[in-house]
Design a protein around this ligand. Structure first.
Ligand SMILES: [Zn+2]
Length: 600
């Protein structure tokens, strides 16, 4: 009698035997029970999770002597033949090996033929459907647009995003999930009992972990182990056959990556090659090892044990290695290993791909990904902002006493308050004396107002980079006027009252960008100003100086006040031309819109 692999022997035969996909099994069983059979199904999910087995069960449920039934008998001719893959009205095609245009097209264009006497529906199960050529997809689409009554398509794929939406849209979509190690372990233990295989529970659990969510992979491994160990499944036999060395190699790789030891990584790659292991299979296992490290980096060992499906000792080791690598590196390695697997799947030489990946893991600075570059840029921008801030602080300290003496006199009430920001501009020796005291103030450095426009523009640029487009659109309408203590004062033209209100609520969401540009989070205070030609801005600022007095009574920032008066002086230059241009533009706009120019 020919040897049937455990996978063939224990393929689920009814909906209730499907492991790890209760949502799929239940929904399908119910719909068959109610007689709702669709023309097309899309089963997506990782390999070995039961997609084609489920398709066969569906075909049996529909065609069984007792059917349509959610519980096919398994003994009638249809059930038996479908299970054996010999039933004439259930076609299984693997698109990965059957993607030749002509063949597939012929196949699909012959779809609407008659039924055998025994069957209710003809089933076409197309595995790896995403591999079909575009011609074949077109032929399939045509059939799906006007499906013959007696035909059911079950399209299975590991990559649903590659299935054209026109096709996917005509299917009932079911997503298959990776099967949790605990469910696999329970399943495998039952199989061992039925097969009379002696086993150590830890050994079966290890197999379930190594199966990485695929019932098929785990059972193939069990076949191999049982054959090699004379029918006894022990942890030792697992270790000797698949090698704890695979697990060890993964752990060693992780340690080498943590220390940037590229030489060791490449030695390990050679070891994999010399032992004749499949690089793809190894890389998949390494990916699952990295996943376990990620879990261990976020959760305590007890949780890691249950979620990663590992024993206590392994959980502790994982947690140690995770600490060594650190979360950012673990996450980066997972990204890279994902790309490596994708390149392997696309046909690149596996060993080369793995080694390139290891180089990137060990030497992030040499081949940064866009994400890594973005991080570096962000770090640099923050560093730059800090340096500039320090420089500004120093230059202000250098000139502050001079400025203070030149600054216009304000109400001196503030200078007597016990504010930690001390002095306020006043032509007095007392203020000059108070300046050095301010140097010892550990509070945030003041920001030079002449620098404000540049900083504001940089801030807007950073919002763009951070894709905060809505906030940026609002703030683009504003002019930054000054920074006082922790307030960023911005002006909006009167007509944008709504923007002005919104702007104030934005600050907390923009904190990261604020800190990197201004060196600290700031509260946005927006004000409405009349839409006046620029010439009047001088007046505005001058006018503000008067209004300022009362506010200064509570809070003062000498440097910025003196600067604001300076900047208004600077802006006075060349004003007539600017003013003319503005007036002209305004008239033009008003004429276009049929309104009247705003009187000055
Ligand atoms: Zn039957």
């Amino acid at each position: 009698m020919p040897y049937a692999s455990l996978y063939q022997k224990y393929r689920p035969q009814t909906f209730s035997e499907i492991i790890g996909q209760p949502h799929v099994a239940r929904t399908l069983a119910n719909s068959v029970e109610r007689g709702h059979i669709f023309h097309a199904y899309l089963f997506s999910g990782p390999r070995g999770t039961g997609k084609t087995s489920t398709a066969r069960i569906l075909a049996k449920a529909v065609n069984c002597d007792k059917g349509p039934t959610s519980d096919p008998c398994g003994i009638c001719q249809q059930c038996k033949e479908i299970a054996a893959g010999t039933f004439p009205d259930v076609f299984e095609i693997d698109a990965a090996t059957h993607s030749k245009v002509e063949e597939t097209r012929d196949f699909l264009s012959n779809v609407p033929t008659g039924l055998s006497a025994l069957s209710r529906k003809k089933f076409y199960i197309i595995d790896e459907v995403h591999m079909l050529s575009s011609h074949a997809f077109n032929a399939l689409l045509k059939t799906l647009e006007e499906p013959p009554d007696h035909v059911v398509f079950v399209l299975a794929t590991t990559e649903p995003h590659k299935v054209p939406p026109t096709i996917a849209g005509r299917c009932q979509h079911f997503e298959f999930r990776l099967i949790p190690p605990s469910e696999l372990a329970a399943h495998y233990k039952k199989i061992c009992e039925k097969e009379g295989i002696e086993f150590e529970p830890e050994a079966v659990e290890r197999v379930a972990t190594l199966a990485r969510g695929s019932a098929r992979d785990g059972l193939s491994l069990m076949d191999q182990l049982v054959a090699a160990s004379g029918g006894r499944l022990t942890l030792e036999s697992v270790t000797s056959v698949i090698g704890d060395d695979e697990i060890d190699i993964s752990a060693e790789l992780a340690q080498a990556i943590a220390t940037g030891d590229l030489e060791r990584c490449l030695e390990l790659s050679t070891k994999i090659s010399e032992s004749g292991k499949d690089f793809r299979a190894f890389t998949r296992r390494f990916a699952s090892y990295l996943r376990n490290l990620m879990i261990a980096s976020y959760l305590p060992a007890s949780k890691t044990r249950s979620i990663a499906g590992v024993d206590a000792e392994t959980a502790t080791r994982l947690s140690d290695t995770a600490k060594l690598l650190g979360r950012p590196t673990i996450l980066r390695c997972i990204d890279i290993v994902g790309e490596v697997l994708a390149s392997m799947a696309a046909g690149s030489p596996p060993q080369l791909e793995l080694e390139l990946g290891l180089v990137r893991m060990c030497r992030p600075e040499e081949s940064p990904t866009p994400g890594e570059l973005a991080k570096q840029i962000q770090d640099l921008a923050a560093k730059l902002a800090r340096i500039e801030q320090r420089a500004t602080l120093q230059s202000q300290r250098g000139v502050s006493s001079e400025r203070l003496s030149e600054a216009p006199a304000f109400s001196s009430r503030a200078s007597h308050t016990e504010g930690d920001h001390g002095s306020k501009p006043e032509k007095s020796d007392r203020d000059r004396e108070s300046a050095p005291a301010k140097k010892e103030d550990p509070g945030p450095a003041p920001i030079d107002e002449s620098d404000l426009e540049r900083l504001w523009n940089r801030f807007l640029d950073m919002l763009k980079a951070a894709k905060k487009m809505k906030a940026r659109a609002i703030l683009l309408e504003a002019t930054a006027v000054r920074i006082r203590e922790s307030r960023l004062e911005i002006d909006f033209p009167q007509r944008l009252e709504f923007h002005a209100k919104n702007a104030e609520s934005l600050a907390s969401a923009l904190e990261e960008q604020m800190v990197s540009v201004f060196g600290r989070p700031l509260k946005i205070v927006s004000r409405l100003v009349p839409e006046s030609p620029p010439a009047s801005r001088q007046d505005r600022i001058a006018g503000e100086k008067e209004n300022e007095d009362s506010r200064l009574a509570q809070e003062s920032a000498p440097a910025s006040v003196s600067l604001s008066s300076e900047s208004s002086e600077n802006e006075g230059e060349g004003m007539p031309d600017e003013r003319k241009a503005h007036e002209l533009a305004e008239r033009l706009i008003m004429n276009e819109l049929g309104g009247t120019p705003i009187p000055e």
